[in-house]
Design a protein. Structure first.
Length: 242
């Protein structure tokens, strides 16, 4: 499946997380053989389609840094990963739904089988930048639900001490969007200390936790994706259709 509107779009625009091949990558040195074996067995010729969203427009955005690290892990495992850039996305209600960034986001949501969300915590909650992206994704587009049945992993970055307010909100949003949010989650305190000058995450338990989250997302996604339609089939909706 591909996005009709964006089929001719240069895929590199969604894959800016990829590194130059001559750069050393810590991801190649970690043991995620279990998830990789499962992926090779289950994915076969159907790469898992993952949409990644982050919640800051700053030049050095730590939610983007974290989202890129997650995307690299997913890419390493074999998934088709696309990271949405919210820079030109207007505020909800400011423009018509035909705006090119709105259409891009909605089609990526439809295209995806799994999603990874990362937001900074600001004033005890997700940022407006992140929430604006979710607000542009409707619960339904005609007879199609863009997010229903997708698996979801959640993460937050903090400027100060560790908190879980943002991931709690992300979990509520995921439930409201009818997604299967995995049990694990990541919260990164003092994010400015956790990334090096190349915006790569430093070794330590926080990086290990991010690996755990991505690994779990892949496992749940592969186990659920062929059954998602059955799992969200509801008696009340069948009755209504008559």
């Amino acid at each position: 499946m591909d996005c009709p509107l964006t089929a001719e779009k240069d895929l590199s625009e969604w894959k800016k997380f990829r590194l130059d091949s001559d750069k050393n990558d810590w991801i190649e040195d970690i043991d995620i053989s279990g998830a990789k074996s499962l992926y090779e067995k289950e994915a076969q010729d159907r790469p898992l389609r993952v949409l990644v969203l982050y919640g800051s427009l700053r030049q050095r955005s730590f939610s983007r840094c974290c989202a890129y690290e997650a995307a690299r892990l997913l890419d390493y495992l074999g998934a088709d990963v696309r990271v949405f850039d919210p820079t030109e996305l207007p505020v909800k209600g400011q423009v018509e739904e035909t705006h090119h960034k709105v259409q891009e986001l909605r089609e990526l949501a439809l295209w995806s089988e799994a999603q990874f969300w990362c937001s900074p915590e600001m004033h005890g909650n997700v940022t407006g930048c992140f929430k604006n992206q979710i607000d542009w994704i409707p619960l339904s587009l005609g007879s199609v639900r863009p997010t229903q049945g997708r698996t979801l992993a959640i993460c937050q970055v903090n400027g100060g001490s560790q908190s879980f307010n943002a991931v709690n909100t992300l979990r509520v949003l995921g439930r409201w969007m009818r997604m299967f949010t995995i049990p694990n989650q990541s919260s990164i305190p003092k994010a400015w200390q956790e990334f090096d000058e190349y915006n790569r995450m430093k070794p330590g338990p926080l990086r290990d936790r991010l690996v755990d989250v991505v690994e779990e997302l892949v496992k749940f996604s592969l186990m659920l994706r062929d059954h998602s339609s059955f799992l969200v089939d509801r008696y009340s909706e069948r009755k209504e259709k008559g």
